[in-house]
Design a protein around this ligand. Structure first.
Ligand code: IPM
Ligand code: MN
Length: 365
């Protein structure tokens, strides 16, 4: 058996519930692929603040960096909403992304055939949608300096800075072009170059990289138009590459094509490291009720197999189990609509169903 070590940061809200399911499956399929997965679970986000007074500690960051592969559930919650900026659970997440150097955040948006009626959009609009959003993750307005709050003539104001350097844009653009080579060969770069300096830098930098990829068709789209096009005609997109803030917003919008934000996995890559997290948040309103949809977390575990462990077979096995669960009509509350042939299921039932699916397959292969 090959040995692999990863860090798990279940975090807050539904984070621990969905992480539990994902890691359970991950360990099972890894074993089937002769890999013994050692998982170290550490506190992170609000739960880390409660224990150590900060959303992440230096020791935890060091352990994550040493392992290089990290699975994260979700962070945040009302309990920590009034903390100062750098103590918030979200600040811990940004620090982790930055320290790991995972600058390319891959968010695949695939519409499962079984779920095409679960979306709020028409079936014919979304059927067959397959988009890969590549979001820049360690730069832009999330990290730009200066960043402060002050006062002018008795009127308080705040400043955030949207900054992109050519090298920051080009390394993430390369990830998008490489991904497009393995897909439909098209990249759409999204910016706000009609208004923002940083977007003009973005566009010219992407154009330079495009010269290295004459086989890839490059287009540019303004972010406001893109928000509209995602809803109007999502099938026009193959790979989309965009900055940190635009990617955050567009990926939430695009998640609705899949029926629920609870379906979207993500992989953040860079510097040889990998951070895997479902795109959804901590959903404190449903935490602890056993109703959370673990599929985004489970699909993120599949991405971990693919990109960090290089176990393509294990990744496919998990993805097939998800597809067969959906085809069998099993739906968590976020996806359920009393449609014929569907059954409402809780987090535990989904776990059992998926575990059965991946282990049953072993016998037939
Ligand atoms: C996401 C989340 C995070 C982000 C938050 C929790 C900091 O919304 O991963 O999309 O804005 O990047
Ligand atoms: Mn987001």
């Amino acid at each position: 058996m090959k040995k692999e070590t990863i860090i798990a940061l279940p975090g807050d809200g539904i984070g621990p519930e969905v992480t539990g399911v994902a890691l359970n499956l991950l360990q099972t399929v890894c074993r089937q692929h002769n890999t013994d997965l050692e998982i170290t679970t550490l506190p992170f986000g609000g739960s880390c603040y409660d224990q150590y007074g900060q959303p992440v500690t230096e020791e935890i960051l060091e352990q994550c960096k040493a392992a290089g592969t990290v699975f994260l559930g979700a962070v945040g919650g009302v309990k920590w909403d009034n903390l100062s900026g750098d103590l918030r659970p979200e600040a811990g997440l940004l620090k982790l992304r930055k320290e790991l150097g995972v600058f390319a955040n891959l968010r695949p948006i695939q519409v499962h055939p079984a779920l095409s009626s679960a979306s709020s959009l028409k079936k014919e609009v979304i059927d067959g949608t397959d988009i890969l959003i590549v979001r820049e993750l360690t730069g832009g307005i999330y990290f730009g300096k200066p960043r402060f709050t002050s006062e002018e003539n008795g009127d308080p104001f705040s400043v955030d800075t949207m900054k992109y350097s050519r090298s920051e844009v080009q390394r993430v653009a390369r990830v998008a072009f490489e991904a497009a080579r393995k897909r439909d060969g098209r990249v759409c770069s999204v910016d706000k170059a009609n208004v923002l300096e940083s977007s003009r830098m973005w566009r010219s930098s992407v154009l330079e990289i495009a010269e290295e990829y004459p086989d890839i068709e490059l287009s540019h789209m303004l972010v406001d138009n893109c928000a509209m096009q995602i809803i109007r005609d999502p099938k026009q997109f193959d790979v989309m590459v965009t900055g940190n803030l635009f990617g955050d917003i567009l990926s939430d919008a695009a998640s609705m094509l899949t029926g629920s934000l609870g379906m979207l996995p993500s992989a953040s890559l860079g510097g040889g490291n990998g951070l895997y997290e479902p795109v959804h948040g901590s959903a404190p309103d449903i935490a602890g009720k056993g109703v959370a949809n673990p599929l985004a977390a489970v699909a993120s575990a599949a991405l971990l197999c693919r990109y960090s462990l290089k176990l393509e077979g294990a990744a496919t096995r998990i993805e097939e189990a998800i597809a067969s669960l959906l085809a069998a009509g099993i739906r968590t509350a976020d996806l359920y609509s009393e449609e014929e042939g569907t059954t409402l299921a809780g987090t535990e039932e989904v776990r059992e169903w998926l575990l059965d699916a991946v282990t049953a397959k072993t016998q037939t292969i």
